[in-house]
Design a protein. Structure first.
Length: 373
């Protein structure tokens, strides 16, 4: 079977990342030196500046000509709409101009994100061409740079959207995609109220620039954070899997709850994450668990954890916390879940402890305290 042809950006990202050479041992990848942290700080600040300027400049280039030249450049044209059965006025040239600017901005931001991911990989020295998993690691980072979802979890039967209807998933995704536009609209509405109805339209439009700059920065931040935790996770996942295997290799009770625990972790995130796939495949392989791509799911699994034997209950609790940690952040939903699970006696760890571990992981200090807990 022929491999799917790579897109331009995939080829460019591969060329950049495949030139990265590992500069430290794999077991030390989750520990960041002072020098590495300084490199990451410079990459972060440079990327923020570029992404923010792109967002602001896009608004300036869109609305300044529109408000200065008006219908001279962007005339309103009567367009017949068959379904509507009438004419409506459209600024076709303005719509085309907007699409072109958006296309240019997306291309530039893609370039910026790829360079950021490449810089992070080089700063951390994470890729080794002699590694048998080199191609997989490179492709994983390419998907991070291009903001493509890591849907490998589906290969092992884990679905982060379990319990949501198809319409619910669609609405969830649409809301995520539209949040910048919605925020921009609300911001302009707010500015209009502050300045009054006599405010120049151009002023209102231009004052929306900071919102789009912020969203670009936020998007690039997510990409950089994702690349950072993707780089540091594999050795930690391997260490944790070995620890569980050593203690529970012959324990059928623990083996029976591995998959439900992995599914619970995924649902807590409501997103596909490559680190969760690595964790799942590592545990399923080590414990010789047959993969079922369409498994049944017990929505009350977490409520039954306290019915397990003490050692298995603690191991499951630790697995859930570790799964929450390895994507590099704690959402408000996860924080509330951790508090609830603590009250219900499912977790022996406090929210503050998990916050410290999460911060240590992201800051490259390792998770020694967690492993010894």
């Amino acid at each position: 079977m022929n491999k799917k042809k790579r897109s331009f950006w995939e080829r460019y990202a591969y060329k950049q990342l495949s030139n990265t050479i590992r500069t430290q041992e794999a077991d030390d990848l989750f520990i960041l030196s002072v020098e590495e942290k300084e490199k990451l700080r410079k990459i972060r600040n440079s990327t923020y500046l570029k992404a923010g300027l792109a967002g602001a400049l896009g608004i300036f280039l869109l609305y300044i000509p529109y408000n200065i030249f008006g219908e001279t450049l962007f005339p309103k044209r009567d367009v017949w709409i068959p379904i509507y059965g009438n004419y409506i006025q459209l600024e076709i040239e303005f719509l085309i101009y907007s699409v072109v600017l958006v296309f240019i901005e997306i291309w530039y931001l893609t370039f910026v994100n790829i360079k950021a991911v490449d810089g992070i990989a080089k700063a951390c020295g994470c890729l080794n061409p002699e590694n048998s998993n080199f191609e997989e690691e490179v492709n994983s980072l390419i998907r991070v740079g291009l903001e493509k979802k890591h849907k490998e979890l589906e290969k092992v039967g884990i679905n982060p959207y379990e319990g949501l209807s198809k319409w619910g998933v669609m609405a969830f995704q649409i809301l995520i995609k539209m949040k910048a536009a919605i925020t921009g609209f609300l911001w302009k509405l707010f500015i209009s109220k502050i300045l009054g109805r006599y405010a120049l339209r151009m002023v209102v439009d231009i004052l929306g620039a900071p919102i789009y700059a912020i969203w670009n920065i936020y998007s690039s931040r997510k990409v950089m954070n994702e690349a950072r935790v993707r780089v540091m996770a594999p050795p930690l996942i391997n260490n944790f899997a070995i620890q569980l295997e050593t203690e529970f290799k012959e324990n059928e009770e623990f083996k029976s709850v591995i998959f439900p625990a992995l599914q619970a972790i995924s649902i807590s995130k409501r997103s596909f994450h490559y680190n969760h796939f690595l964790l799942a495949t590592s545990l399923l392989t080590r414990f010789n668990i047959e993969i079922d791509t369409d498994p049944s799911y017990d929505p009350d699994f977490l409520k039954k954890v306290d019915e397990l034997s003490p050692s298995v209950q603690k191991a499951v609790s630790k697995l859930i916390v570790f799964g929450i940690l390895i994507d590099g952040g704690l959402s408000q939903i996860e924080k509330r879940s951790l508090i609830r699970l603590k009250k219900e006696g499912v977790l022996p760890y406090s929210l503050e402890e998990v916050k410290v571990w999460s911060n240590n992981y992201f800051e490259g200090k390792g998770l020694e305290d967690f492993f010894q807990s």
